[in-house]
Design a protein around this ligand. Structure first.
Ligand code: HEM
Length: 441
């Protein structure tokens, strides 16, 4: 299959980790490394490249897989020439911490409260490692550590172990990673048969995007082509506070109903749009049906509130200000930390949450726009006082549940999610990684 530019997607060059769905369940780890010596970093890339898979030879049965990205500071540290660095978009050059005010990372989410070294100029190279189970994962991390042991110029400075449980549920108890866009030119099956495939240029550099443009591509072409951007965020989830809020604001039988109104889906993954009154685990577990819906028959949000998290993040055919297709993203969410046992309402002090990863060709138009407008400003749905009820920085925000005869309005929402830190990375194609490894500056 080809894109409209006539250029076939070079699936043999694009890192599989960008486009391919990951196995489920799985264990994984994010590793951040600092580069003190560019020659050592290039040697590390030479060792990593043979371990990376392109989309074309991705094997879902493979026990382990890796993805590699570099921050702007990392590209500088490995010796990318200044004239090339200048061709990266300014938001990427600045990095996530410098963009905090733009993307709603304020108050306790602000970079001065982030976990070190996140948000510092030391996060250079990020490796995401996935394995079928924890034992394989540990073996993989040991291999990765061995790969840098004799390279004193590259230091591992941070690690976060992540996992996806067999039921695919995130820490609040809802099945996640159901809805993903289809990418034109790949044969990866999309999850929503009602959404036309998105142009490859929305997710990979070097191809036409939804505006009919070639997205600005870092130069030289060998570096930019087939690359993409990743925004990762370590999002702490206040699970006990979430449960207490539900208990305090809903009669016992209603707590799951209220939570589903926040999310837009029931815990099993069944969408409110298809099952408005009660959970339907059979529907939630059926990948051919659990994302096959639109919101057009529910303009007022009587089934799924227009302000529910999933509906804000992808309003589908709802009437909103702006165009949904220009702000779509590929998501890779994974849990970190222990889950809070069912029924526990007191915080146990454990650090738990979701390691969120955005993948897309446009950091500003996709990730930053969504954080700013769809998460933190309700104007696009005609509810200026409302923010995303699940992940927004609330500032005393409201959430409306449309109902007959009278709507329900919740006021003074607390924050259920806090950002512990993150970074923007560039995930180069395989040819580009070889180019970086062979730099002679
Ligand atoms: C701790 C933080 C978060 C939690 C617990 C969470 C949870 C969920 C859940 C349960 C779903 C429904 C499952 C699905 O449709 O795949 C969902 C969907 C989604 N979320 Fe989140 N999410 C979080 C953070 C974020 C962030 C930071 C973004 C973007 C900036 C985001 C964007 C989306 C998108 C695009 C969808 C799919 C909507 C659709 O296509 O219907 N989420 N999320």
């Amino acid at each position: 299959m080809t894109t409209d530019t006539g250029a076939a997607l070079e699936l043999g060059d694009i890192q599989a980790a960008t486009l391919m769905p990951r196995p489920n369940p799985y264990a994984g780890a994010y590793l951040a490394l600092r580069i003190d010596d560019r020659h050592a970093a290039r040697e590390l890339l030479r060792r990593l490249i043979p371990l990376l898979e392109p989309v074309s030879s991705f094997d879902p049965g493979r026990p382990v897989s890796l993805g590699v990205g570099l921050s702007f500071a990392g590209l500088e540290a490995i010796g990318v020439p200044a004239e090339s660095l200048a061709t990266f978009p300014s938001e990427f050059q600045q990095g996530m911490a410098a963009r905090a005010a733009e993307i709603g990372d304020v108050g306790e989410n602000a970079p001065e409260h982030w976990e070190a070294p996140l948000g510092s100029k030391d996060v250079h190279l990020v490796v995401a490692a996935l394995a079928r189970d924890t034992a394989l994962m540990e073996a993989l991390v040991v291999l990765a550590q061995d790969a840098v042991r004799d390279l004193p110029g590259v230091s591992p400075i941070w690690q976060l172990d992540v996992h996806v449980p067999p039921d695919g549920r995130e820490q609040f108890g809802f099945k996640d990673s159901i809805s993903e866009p289809t990418v034109e030119g790949t044969n990866i099956l999309g999850s929503n048969p009602h959404e036309a495939p998105l142009k490859a240029g929305e997710f990979v550099l070097g191809y036409e995007d939804e505006n009919g443009d070639l997205p600005p591509m870092p130069q030289p072409e060998v570096l930019g082509r087939n690359g993409t951007y990743v925004a990762f965020r370590k999002l702490h989830q206040r699970v006990a506070a979430f449960r207490r809020y539900l208990r305090d604001n809903a009669a016992d039988t209603e707590a799951t109903w209220l939570a589903a109104k926040f999310v837009g889906r029931w815990p099993s993954g069944a969408p409110l749009a298809l099952s408005p009154d009660k959970d339907n685990p059979e529907l939630g577990g059926d990948p051919t049906r659990n994302n096959a819906f639109l919101y057009g028959d529910d303009p007022r949000g009587l089934k799924c509130p227009v302000g529910a998290h999933a509906r804000r993040m992808n309003a589908r055919d709802s009437v909103i200000t702006g165009q949904v297709r220009l702000h779509r993203m590929i998501r890779r969410g994974t849990n970190y930390g222990p889950s809070l046992p069912p029924g526990v309402l007191e915080d146990d002090g454990a650090e738990r949450g979701l390691m969120f990863a955005f993948v897309g060709a446009h950091l500003a138009r996709q990730f930053e726009f969504v954080q700013k407008q769809w998460v933190h400003d309700g104007k696009f749905i005609g509810a200026p006082a409302e923010r995303d009820p699940l992940i927004g920085v609330q500032d005393g925000g409201e959430f409306t549940i449309p109902q007959r005869p009278i709507r329900r309005r919740l006021r003074g929402l607390p924050d259920f999610v806090v950002n512990r830190g993150g970074e923007y990375c560039f995930m180069p194609g395989l040819r580009a990684l070889r180019w970086l490894a062979d730099l002679d500056t």
